[in-house]
Design a protein around this ligand. Structure first.
Ligand code: ATP
Length: 356
């Protein structure tokens, strides 16, 4: 690649204002070390943008993002946005849909040196991100949850062949980059014969094109049990939206909690680093939020951009972040309170950047 990568910085709300700056600090350090050129574009979003500019997603944001390769999005605390302000919308679904960020990739990995339920988990949940049950993702206009009578609610789920096929392909491609080369499709086609049935059919079709990758299918309820009892058996897991949302939080719990759960929302052209956790208003402004999940989401973005643009330096930068973070965790001297330490968000970010 003979130009600088272009990465946006969208801090989000609450602890986003604390963990995103640490993420950028670490990514900058890694880029410097790897001799990777990055142009950074800070952009207002969320509550701060509403207060300063009158919009949670200011006009011109999408036009600007169109010119970037990817961005870091901090958690969005839209539940706290004022209901009486029409411009106080949740920006996240708009970004996700506009850029077809259909693959939500959420790794769960045990880290040496940290207390966790399991010491040897290394799995990745590949969750379909633009269809499924969430009412903002299954209709073009309106809402996919409705109440025909005061005592009856209908929630609908959208599953398409194309969406299922795309997410399955993303999972198999990812499995090819990992030593165990295994994909598990999680669904319940015994009950949801049409919806999960279609998802399963598409996964099987895609699997035929990847004879080098082991493939199996597990019913979602059985999978829940297996995940809790022996998570080590899983490598890459592909599943529909809501199953993936729930199961990835369970997986985070197995290896130490939400503070350790990074994520990437990837589409055909662009990707968005986005931790699994929310904006955690209960701990915001105290400089105690764990920056791990957001920093490692930035790390995933670097790796994704490296592969997408065949840019070795970005892959190297991602490796530098990963190794530095592992060292800081292993040494255990600079950990935030949720990990049993007493370090601040900034101190942990500093430690990882220094290690890079
Ligand atoms: P959302 O629905 O937006 O995903 P949520 O309901 O899952 O949000 P979070 O904001 O993720 O809620 O917070 C859940 C709990 O996890 C809270 O107690 C919060 O303080 C804690 N938590 C979340 N992120 C972190 C973090 N980075 N460091 C430490 N604790 C965190």
């Amino acid at each position: 690649m003979n130009r600088a990568l272009k990465i946006g910085i969208l801090e989000g709300d609450d602890i986003g204002l604390e963990v995103v700056p640490e993420t950028i600090k670490v990514m900058r350090a890694a880029a410097r070390k790897a001799d990777l050129a990055i142009d950074w574009f800070p952009m207002p979003i969320g509550r701060k943008a509403l207060d300063e500019l009158g919009y949670t997603l200011p006009p011109g944001t999408l036009e600007k993002l169109d010119t970037l390769d990817g961005w870091v999005l901090g958690p969005i605390g839209h539940q706290a946005y004022p209901r009486d302000r029409p411009n106080a919308i949740n920006p996240h679904p708009i970004l996700r849909k506009h850029y077809d960020l259909f693959a939500n990739i959420r790794p769960a990995k045990s880290l040496p040196g940290l207390p966790a339920l399991y010491k040897d988990v290394d799995l990745i949940m590949v969750r379909e991100n633009n269809e499924g049950f969430p009412p903002d993702r299954n209709v073009h206009m309106g809402n996919g949850e409705f109440r025909p009578t005061p005592d009856m609610t209908i929630s609908i789920r959208l599953i398409t062949r194309q969406g299922s096929s795309k997410i399955a392909r993303a999972a198999f491609e990812l499995a090819r980059t990992r030593p165990r080369r295994k994909v598990t499709a999680v669904h319940k086609n015994t009950v949801f014969k049409l919806g999960c049935g279609m998802f399963a059919e598409e996964c099987r079709k895609v699997a035929q094109g990847y004879p080098d990758i082991a493939f199996d299918e597990v019913m979602v309820d059985t999978f829940g049990m297996k995940l809790v009892m022996r998570p080590q058996q899983f490598d890459v897991i592909v599943t529909t939206n809501t199953f993936g949302d729930i199961l990835s939080d369970v997986a985070a719990g197995l290896v130490g909690g939400l503070g350790l759960a990074p994520g990437l929302s990837a589409g055909p052209e662009r990707a968005m680093a986005q931790a699994t956790h929310g904006s955690a208003p209960d701990i915001a402004g105290k400089n105690i939020a764990n920056p791990y999940a957001m920093i490692m989401s930035g790390q995933m973005l670097l790796a994704w951009l490296g592969h997408k643009h065949a840019e070795e330096k970005a892959v190297t930068a991602a490796q530098l972040v990963e190794r530095a973070m592992e060292k800081v965790i292993r040494e255990g001297k600079t950990l935030t309170p949720d990990l049993g330490g007493s370090a601040s968000t900034v101190a942990m970010g500093d430690a990882v950047a220094a290690e890079v």
